[in-house]
Design a protein around this ligand. Structure first.
Ligand code: PPS
Length: 397
């Protein structure tokens, strides 16, 4: 009887200890989560006012219009000056190397807060326009996807693409179609991101040369976003710029309709082919925004931040967009101010807004979906009311 009692006591003690351990575990987990909730967002982040002097090197076909929309909205909301293309131009001199004189009003106003339109990077000239404490960042995309996007978008403009019957044919034998001598029109066909950074896309593929150029980029650019991990990249951008969540929430701008995609470019052989053909020294860029973020925030917090960003985007899509945010093709977009510029063989998608939005909501929603050219023209009119408006011809189609 005594031994049975002793056995029961031991049994209950073990159960009690297990329960205690379980309670502690639950409590610890709760406390940890709770701490994350109560500590200010991005605890450990350098404190200070939001960063407002920013140079974004907008590379081609890399989700850069989505980032541009973020910067335009921030500039407009905070009444910041933007280095916009002069006169009726829509680029800052691209594909020529950037010169300060391509910026409207540069002779009157020496420095601007934000520079983000397409340009070919040329640091000394950029420095004439941007303040010393400017935050420099850019964006890169997997060169295979970038080239696929570029091929369709510039199909009817770039000689190398014009001559190629299909993307597969181009990838199988790029030299058949690409000609160095037509560089300025062929920039979209070879190492386009490399070219945008101001480098020579036809330079010999020497390891030392490539490494030296990458070191230059690393010295100047505080951050390089990766299109394939855009949400994580935006979390990191927000952290660096000390911005609010809504400042970096954006819808996908300038996407192509899937119906017109040619098959083939995404097969694994295509990448090898691209690299073999010398089309992608950019592959040597290996920035690690995800690695940096995981180290800074920890994987659980990073997941939480990305989820917060996505949840807010879903919320805004429900608030602003027709049909739950389903992108629309050019014929479906009724408001010309919201119809994106169309190019080559691409069917570039945009959005319709929900009818019946009140004025304040309409303003916010319009800006979230306003295509790049229209937004640039809008900012230009605000910044230079005395100048003739930018002419956006396709609006009249
Ligand atoms: N959020 C997000 N995530 C991933 N990818 C995105 C995103 N936003 C835009 N995109 C894709 O980027 C392509 C358009 O790039 P750009 O805006 O840089 O084009 S442009 O040079 O300004 O014309 C275009 O690629 P393709 O659809 O492959 O053509 C867009 O779909």
């Amino acid at each position: 009887m005594v031994s049975t009692l002793g056995g029961l006591q031991r049994y209950f003690r073990v159960i009690l200890l297990l329960l205690l351990a379980l309670t502690l575990l639950v409590l610890a987990r709760f406390l940890l989560t709770d701490l994350e909730l109560v500590t200010p967002l991005f605890g450990g982040q350098a404190k200070g006012p939001p960063v407002t002097n920013i140079m974004f090197l907008k590379t081609h076909k890399t989700a850069s219009s989505t980032v541009l929309n973020i910067l335009y909205r921030f500039a407009e909301t905070h009444n910041l000056s933007v280095a916009l293309p002069a006169g009726l131009h829509v680029h800052l001199g691209y594909p020529r190397l950037f010169l300060a004189r391509y910026v409207e009003g540069v002779e009157l106003q020496q420095h601007f807060n934000i520079m983000c339109n397409h340009l070919r990077f040329n640091l000394p000239e950029v420095q004439k326009v941007m303040p010393n404490n400017t935050f420099y960042f850019s964006i890169l995309r997997n060169p295979v996807f970038q080239l696929e996007s570029s091929f369709i978008y510039y199909k009817t403009y770039t000689p190398a693409f014009l001559r190629a019957p299909s993307l597969d044919a181009f990838l199988a034998s790029p030299r058949t179609f690409y000609n160095d001598s037509r560089l300025l029109k062929n920039v979209y066909a070879k190492n386009n991101m490399w070219f945008d950074f101001g480098f020579d896309p036809n330079a010999p593929r020497e390891e030392g040369y490539v490494r030296a150029r990458i070191a230059e980029v690393e010295r100047r650019f505080q951050l390089v976003l990766i299109a394939e991990h855009l949400d994580e990249s935006l979390v990191l951008l927000r952290r660096r710029l000390r911005w609010a969540l809504d400042d970096v929430v954006a819808f996908r701008i300038n996407a192509r309709s899937a119906l017109r995609d040619p098959p083939g470019a995404r097969d694994p052989g295509a990448r090898a082919e691209l690299v073999r053909a010398g089309l992608a020294p950019v592959r040597a860029f290996q920035p690690q925004p995800l690695g940096q973020l995981r180290a800074e925030l920890g994987p659980r917090r990073l997941r939480g931040e990305v989820e917060r960003l996505r949840a807010r985007r879903r919320e805004l899509a429900t608030l602003c967009l027709q049909d739950g945010g389903e992108p629309k093709n050019r014929t479906q977009i009724r408001d010309l101010r919201l119809r994106p510029y169309q190019s080559g063989r691409a069917d570039i998608l945009g959005y319709n807004l929900r009818p019946g939005l009140d004025n304040q909501t309409l303003r916010v929603c319009q800006r979230l979906v306003m295509p790049e050219l229209q937004y640039m023209a809008h900012l230009y009119a605000l910044q230079f009311p005395e100048k003739p408006r930018k002419n956006i011809p396709f609006l009249g189609e």
